[in-house]
Design a protein around this ligand. Sequence first.
Ligand SMILES: Cc1cc2nc3c(=O)[nH]c(=O)nc-3n(C[C@H](O)[C@H](O)[C@H](O)COP(=O)(O)O)c2cc1C
Length: 372
Amino acid sequence: MTNSLFDDFDLRGLKLPNRVVMAPMTRARALAEVPDDLTARYYEQRASAGLIVTEGSPISREGTGYVFTPGLYTEDQVAGWQRVTDAVRGRDGRVFAQLWHVGRASHVSLQADGQPPVSSTSKASGDSAFAYLPDGTPGRVDASTPRALRTDEVPRVVSDFATAATNADNAGFHGVELHAATQYLFEQFLNSQVNDRTDRYGGHTVANRIRFTLDVVDAVVERVGADRVGVRLSPFSTVGGMPADDRTEETYLALADELSARRVAYVHVHDTSGFGADANSIGARLRALLPHLRGDGTAIILAGGLTRRSATDLIDSGLIDLAAFGRPYISNPDLVERFRDDIPLAPANPAHFFGGDAVGYVDHPAATNLSA
Ligand SMILES: Cc1cc2nc3c(=O)[nH]c(=O)nc-3n(C[C@H](O)[C@H](O)[C@H](O)COP(=O)(O)O)c2cc1C
């Protein structure tokens, strides 16, 4: 059966055999913050995806907001990720590392010497973090009040991203995705209601709001090349205590123009507006913005409640190029084959989404093995 989901796609020279992307998903199983054999097996099992984007990988201790997330800033972590990329490449897969700095979405127990997390602002999010309780056990806590980065500190954070991109390159990734979505550090600069700075990164003008993101894009592009850089965005998202921002269109239109001028490989949009099952569930404002995010030839990936049907319709309509799936990938390592052969999807158990061991992680069988 022909279906555009299974058309190949040229991602700036990287040939994807289909349009199905595995969305980035934190699974919080890296007890030492280093990817291990289980991590490698998990991604290897999902290697038939057109493209895998890994779980968010903190670029620094400061950028960490959750326990047990595998970073990209120590030698051990790079070696751990190398096992992952070897495993995925061994099955002819393609994998981008998601580079992550959570900004204020952190807690003093995760920071060096119990320091406050950093942000564009010194206002707390009011949201929670998954960190350490006073007795040292992991648990949900209120995100700590952050410290606003001084202007002269911003280049250091930019440079941490650049180093992580080089580390990703050394670990064998095909490229990197900047996690500029759902409340984390980039959004803390992009959102005019959160960014209360008055310096050149300040929230009052659109050029200033997008400056931090562009500084990082430029630094990372210099390390690995624009063809190997994607950016994840979630315009209109209020996840994690982000306030609605009436300057969203202005901000993201300007950002998209600049990303397009820089020839990044893709913009990956996370639609958090709803988890409905059809294409019309995309929020109306986001739907109107989507064509503009494409700019001059930037590929568009969309994630958020997609199904085989809605993804196909969206690709056929020309609104998106690639469709990313999160939760379906947790319990269906062979999602591409299931879509292709119209095999029903196995349901995932949210109790195993974050933390734990092999259970609910690498023990979901492929459909072809079910009868074996
Ligand atoms: C367990 C879990 C962990 C997630 N972790 C991340 C993450 O690390 N980075 C990110 O950008 N999005 C993350 N997301 C969001 C997903 O990438 C995806 O956009 C979202 O689940 C919507 O897609 P879906 O409806 O197909 O699940 C996570 C989602 C889930 C369910």
